[in-house]
Design a protein around this ligand. Structure first.
Ligand code: HEM
Length: 294
């Protein structure tokens, strides 16, 4: 993996990705969140190998946590342009990683330099994708899942808080928190009562509306989400759990207090995530179409 991997192989790579991300975000600025989440879900299952982009029966794309992923079209468009200018050279995994970085920068988020050389996986794992972290999980379960992927508690807080500072969550993922938390017929005691009223008003009783993850700063990737968590205004139980647990609470306080610290450490955590279990050298392949293994 190197910063200069495509310099002599595909000089149009960086510009093609950044132009296409800019065009996609002009049409829909929230697509940045779609790409960031897709990148996370890709890296989580068998590494950052673009397996999440493969379609077909029993693919990761069909697993529950991936049904609301969005941004596939952005990657497909970039890929088809790069296949015209640099045939068979650029992996879908590198495209998704770079497109995510570019999209994050466009949400006022931090810049970091991406290393390239990822190759594409040949298989997709439906079962593992179904075990992605769940919004209904408690801190113990989430800490164990992230530790198994090599992340510290602080890195988990950074990635989740940065990720959830943009984009949306659909009501079924948090409805229980304002209506019937853990079968008590009462709201989650950790949920701010004003926020509970806002969430209830934003969701139909049985509908699937989407609510901004980061109330008050929905489109900027910043440390604002941590301030919300401190006030009990997190969306998911999983987010709020990190403020109740002593192993993660101090990181939330630290990053809520300093935007600079948050950006510096978020970058490092993103770099680590984007290099999880990558296939390099002669492993994997360079797909022609990101949705089809070859
Ligand atoms: C503790 C682990 C995590 C859990 C349980 C979790 C869960 C969720 C859920 C349930 C949604 C709502 C999806 C929807 O309604 O469409 C969501 C959205 C999102 N998540 Fe996470 N997530 C976690 C960590 C992360 C990480 C590590 C990142 C990125 C680094 C991330 C980035 C995002 C983004 C950007 C969205 C908004 C997506 C959109 O607007 O389409 N999440 N997450």
């Amino acid at each position: 993996m190197s910063l200069t991997f495509y310099n002599n192989k595909c000089s149009s790579f960086a510009k093609t990705v950044s132009d296409e991300v800019a065009a996609a975000m002009k049409k829909d600025p929230t697509i940045a969140a779609g790409l960031l989440r897709m990148h996370f879900h890709d890296c989580w299952v068998r590494g950052c190998d673009a397996s999440v982009l493969l379609s077909g029966p029993n693919s990761e794309r069909q697993a529950g946590p991936n049904l609301s992923l969005r941004g596939f079209q952005v990657i497909d468009t970039i890929k088809s342009k790069l296949e015209r200018s640099c045939r068979g050279v650029v992996s879908c995994a590198d495209i998704l990683t770079q497109a995510t970085r570019d999209a994050v920068v466009k949400t006022n988020g931090p810049f970091w330099r991406v290393k390239f050389g990822r190759r594409d996986g040949r298989s997709s794992n439906f079962n593992e994708a179904n075990h992605l972290p769940s919004p209904f999980e408690d801190a113990n379960g989430l800490l164990a899942k992230f530790a198994a992927k090599g992340f510290t508690a602080e890195e988990m807080v950074l990635l989740q808080g940065g990720g959830h500072s943009i984009g949306v969550g659909h009501c079924p993922f948090f409805r229980d928190r304002y209506s019937n938390f853990s079968g008590t017929a009462q709201p989650d005691p950790a949920l701010n009562p004003t926020h509970a009223i806002f969430l209830k008003a934003s969701c139909d009783p049985n509908g699937n509306a989407a609510v901004p993850n980061d109330h008050g700063s929905a489109h900027l990737l910043d440390n604002h989400y941590f301030l919300n968590i401190q006030k009990g205004k997190g969306l998911f139980n999983s987010d709020q759990e990190f403020y109740s647990d002593s192993r993660t609470r101090k990181s939330i306080d630290k990053y809520a207090a300093s935007s600079d610290k948050f950006y510096l450490d978020f970058i490092k955590a993103m770099e680590k995530m984007s290099e999880l279990g990558v296939l390099t050298g002669s492993h994997g392949s360079i797909r022609t179409h990101c949705a089809i293994a070859k």
